[in-house]
Design a protein around this ligand. Structure first.
Ligand SMILES: C[S@@+](CC[C@H](N)C(=O)[O-])C[C@H]1O[C@@H](n2cnc3c(N)ncnc32)[C@H](O)[C@@H]1O
Length: 293
């Protein structure tokens, strides 16, 4: 009996242990599924968060695009002269082509370049580039001629080398002289040494600038044509300066700047004030815009 009791007690104990283990396993598995549920919720939350973030980004991009579109539209309507580069280029080309038939005529006489140094040739090529550059920018450009310019000359080669697009410049480049091209009675050679001051710029005349850098050489005097100087004595006075330097001789592009501005404004005073180099020791005299001293 005692033995049976012992066996029975062991059985009961075993069963209790089995039950306990079963409960623990069941609890464990229950706990596991709760954890899995939590993890699933976290993943879903992550997906939602990502989706919200993505939606925000799309909305921001959309509004940026809308703003940009509006800004461009305002630019177009607000400033009527805002043309694209391509349109500007086409307008310039059109103006220069028009100038070839109706523009005021200006020649740069390049017959003296053979006796110039290489340095002077380079400087002259730079001055021609600036002269053409300004003519391109204005509303009413001149019809420009580079005369006595041979293709095998140093100046021609230097212009091609230094001046971008020189071969496509809208101007007449010729090895003929200005007096071969135009009747002498129509030619007005501009020179600082002339007695007469230039008063106006007329459509039926041809204005000639000497393609020289050296201020001591004069070309105009050797030709039997009408000469004129810029009206510096009429509108300007000497200005005191340390070196006591005063010169009325300008580079070709500077003379051209003054002519263009005079044609645009009708005022010598304004043109000289704007372009006469301050280093030359002259200033425009006071008074009305076109009053002569
Ligand atoms: C550097 S300058 C040469 C100066 C040279 N002694 C001469 O008399 O031709 C170049 C050219 O610019 C023009 N020029 C310069 N200063 C001028 C002025 N004050 N009046 C008229 N033309 C001028 C002339 O056509 C001149 O030939």
């Amino acid at each position: 009996e005692e033995g049976w009791l012992i066996y029975w007690t062991r059985d009961v104990e075993d069963e209790a242990t089995r039950q306990e283990e079963k409960r623990k396993t069941s609890e464990k598995s229950q706990g596991c599924s709760e954890g899995g549920h939590e993890q699933g919720e976290m993943e879903a939350e992550n997906v939602l968060r990502k989706q919200r973030h993505w939606e925000k980004q799309v909305a921001a991009k959309k509004s940026r695009r809308k703003e940009e579109k509006l800004r461009r539209k305002m630019n177009r309507t607000g400033t009527e002269h805002q043309f694209t580069k391509r349109v500007m280029k086409a307008i310039t080309k059109e103006r220069l082509a028009e100038a070839r038939s109706t523009g005021l005529k200006l020649c740069v006489d390049l017959s003296m370049t053979d006796c110039m140094s290489d340095k002077e040739i380079s400087r002259l090529a730079g001055q021609l580039r600036r002269l053409y550059g300004l003519n391109k920018k204005v509303t009413r450009p001149f019809h420009l001629f580079l005369t006595d310019l041979r293709e095998d000359s140093r100046l021609y080669r230097e212009c091609v080398r230094m001046n971008d697009g020189f071969l496509n410049y809208t101007m007449d480049i010729t090895d003929e002289s200005c007096l071969d091209l135009f009747p002498p009675e129509l030619v007005i050679y501009l020179t600082p040494d002339a007695e007469e001051a230039l008063e106006s710029v007329d459509a039926d005349k041809v204005y000639v600038l000497g393609g020289l850098v050296d201020e001591s050489i004069t070309q105009a005097g050797e030709l039997s044509v009408h000469t004129a100087r810029l009206p510096i004595d009429e509108y300007m006075v000497k200005k005191d300066n340390v070196k006591n330097f005063h010169s009325k001789i300008l580079a070709v592009n500077q003379v051209f700047d003054i002519l263009l501005t005079f044609c645009d404004t009708g005022s010598w005073k304004e043109a000289l004030q704007m372009w006469f180099s301050p280093g030359k020791g002259y200033v425009v005299a006071g008074g009305d815009s076109n009053s002569i001293i």
